[in-house]
Design a protein around this ligand. Structure first.
Ligand code: NJP
Length: 245
């Protein structure tokens, strides 16, 4: 309650749902993404429900834009306490089809986007010796999945980075780090898969299992944030009950 939060990837899916949960729990939330129309609608929804949020247009691949977004948030609300580095994308394909542009995009958003977000926010948290950083990795950051080779690589990178960050900032700076690793969540993630075969395969998963709702992830993030100060939920590995892989 009363905390200031930044959520990237807030224009849809997990980010939007978590921003709403944070606002319901009393945080003031900077909601960041590229699609400003979506962010404006989210801000309206949060405010209509009695919460507080404001929209930050931000491409996480651009370090200057991320620094500017964090500065705007601090300017508006005075400080920063919670950072949810969540923006990401998953254009599945076989490695042999060499969709190198999509690989670069995943490296830029999924890895560099998290690094840019942490780099912009960390000086504020270390200076005040408190805060909580949540990064979005994936079940794909714990194992490998055919068709998701580069995506898995980016999410393993986020997991490795997050755990090292946790070790570095816990004791000296009293900052907690949580690496979020969801299984299948019903969001717009699959809609951006350009490979028709993989997109159909992924859509077909919905017939095999009950996907998590983005709200389930939002609840889990709030749970990690509300743990007592000496407790760091280092990993949030959350699966649909009937996801068998
Ligand atoms: O997907 P979606 P999710 N700069 O497509 C933003 C991970 N995950 O909520 O910029 C800034 O609804 C985009 O905003 P916009 C996944 O890897 C998911 O599922 O307006 N933002 C949108 O808000 C990802 O890391 C599942 O286009 C950029 C958001 O990212 C995170 O969950 C399972 C951007 C994507 O929202 C959220 O994804 C899992 C950029 N350059 C992990 N590019 C799952 N859904 O099953 C994209 O294990 N965004």
């Amino acid at each position: 309650k009363g905390k200031i939060a930044l959520v990237t990837g807030a224009s849809s899916g997990i980010g939007a749902a978590t921003a709403k949960k944070l606002a319901q729990a009393g945080a003031k939330v900077g909601v960041a993404a590229r699609r400003v129309d979506r962010l404006d609608a989210l801000v309206d929804e949060i405010r209509a429900a009695g919460g507080e949020a404001f929209a930050i247009e931000m491409d996480v691949t651009n370090p200057d834009a991320v620094r500017g977004g964090v500065a705007a948030l601090v300017d508006r609300y005075g400080t920063l306490d919670i950072v949810f580095a969540n923006a990401g994308l998953m254009p599945a394909s076989d490695i042999v089809s060499l969709k190198v542009d999509e690989w670069s995009q995943m490296v830029d958003v999924n890895i560099k986007g998290v690094l840019n977000t942490v780099a912009a926010a960390l000086p504020i948290l270390t200076a005040k010796k408190s805060g909580h950083i949540i990064t979005t990795s994936s079940i794909a950051g714990r194992k490998t999945v055919q068709g998701l080779g580069v995506y898995c690589a980016t999410k393993h990178a986020v997991a490795a980075f997050s755990d090292t960050l946790r070790m570095e900032v816990g004791a000296p700076y009293n900052i907690r780090v949580t690496c979020l690793q969801p299984g299948a969540v019903e969001t717009e993630l699959f809609e951006h898969v350009s490979d028709k075969g993989y997109r159909e395969q992924m859509e077909g998963l919905k017939d095999q299992m009950t996907f998590l709702k983005a709200e389930d992830i939002g609840d889990a993030v709030v749970y990690a944030l509300q743990a007592p100060g000496h407790v760091d939920i280092a990993e949030l590995f959350i699966m649909p009950t009937n996801q068998a892989w």
